[in-house]
Write a protein that binds this ligand. Structure first.
Ligand SMILES: Cc1cc2nc3c(=O)[nH]c(=O)nc-3n(C[C@H](O)[C@H](O)[C@H](O)COP(=O)(O)O)c2cc1C
Length: 246
């Protein structure tokens, strides 16, 4: 890509929307925002910043965990394999420090691109290594009880592609039921954001990937404004649930 060229789906809306954080450091609750994208100028990173601003405005202290920037290694290691006979096992220093960050969080929001109907490998590896036996599961009194989680997934499929319903079901089964419920979290929701690509994608009846015409001009602006509004709506609904739960 030429240096002057814009990344392909970079959106032009300003990231620095003014806001007035309500944080009271003595009482603020903590939100762990986990970002799983290699590009800081990606749409995913932009939505993560939007999410962070909304959480800050709602009074949360933010712990931003950018998995790529922090060089998180998603590969399982021998040190981090569970010992089924010892749920008090001490894991690697890296994993133990991530466990402390998870424990310190009242809410966790993961923002990621959907890869193959799943979370990307770096986020999956974070779950595999950090959400470990004796910490996240395997106790009659779950340590993660009381925590709430939002999974915000961006997808290249066009908004009206019928795969979107299937993707929502698949992600919810994996993330809400397979992980959050299993670990005793109080609440978990998946906010799926299709239409993330400038050229929306769909499969035809023969399985060929079709790229729609690239969005341009006001249609493009409106498209990404709507995607942002949906993301903000997911965060606001999540926060409203927090107020009901409190
Ligand atoms: C390895 C890979 C797998 C992908 N799998 C899917 C998929 O299963 N469904 C889908 O709708 N989009 C899929 N996409 C498209 C991404 O979700 C999309 O490019 C991304 O959300 C755009 O946001 P970004 O610009 O922040 O990366 C995939 C992209 C990659 C690179």
């Amino acid at each position: 890509m030429e240096p002057t060229e814009q990344p392909r789906n970079r959106i032009t809306l300003e990231d620095s929307v003014p806001h007035t954080p309500l944080e009271d450091t003595a009482t603020a609750r903590t939100a762990l925002v986990v970002v799983a994208h290699p590009r800081p100028d990606s749409l995913t990173a932009h939505i993560a910043r939007l999410t962070t601003r909304r959480l800050t405005d709602a009074g949360y202290r933010i712990d931003l965990l950018d998995l790529t920037a922090e060089n998180f290694d998603p590969r399982m290691t021998e040190a981090d394999l569970p010992d089924w006979n010892n749920r008090e096992k001490t894991y690697s220093p890296e994993v133990e420090s991530h466990m402390r960050r998870v424990l310190a969080a009242d809410v966790i929001v993961a923002v990621f691109p959907v890869y193959w109907m799943q979370v990307p490998a770096i986020l999956k590896g974070w779950i595999d290594r950090v959400w470990n036996y004796g910490f996240a599961y395997g106790r009659s009194k779950p340590r993660l009880a009381g925590k709430r989680m939002l999974w915000l997934g961006l997808a290249g499929a066009a908004d009206d592609d019928e795969v979107v319903g299937l993707m929502q079901q698949a992600l919810s089964a994996q993330l809400d039921d397979g992980i959050a419920y299993y670990c005793g979290l109080t609440h978990s929701a998946v906010g799926l954001l299709p239409g993330a690509e400038e050229k929306p994608q769909r499969l035809d009846a023969d399985g060929t990937l079709l790229l729609d015409e690239a969005l341009t001009g006001t249609a493009r602006d409106a498209h990404y404004a709507a995607l942002e509004a949906r993301a903000a709506g997911f965060v606001d609904d999540f926060l409203a649930g927090e107020r009901v739960a409190a």
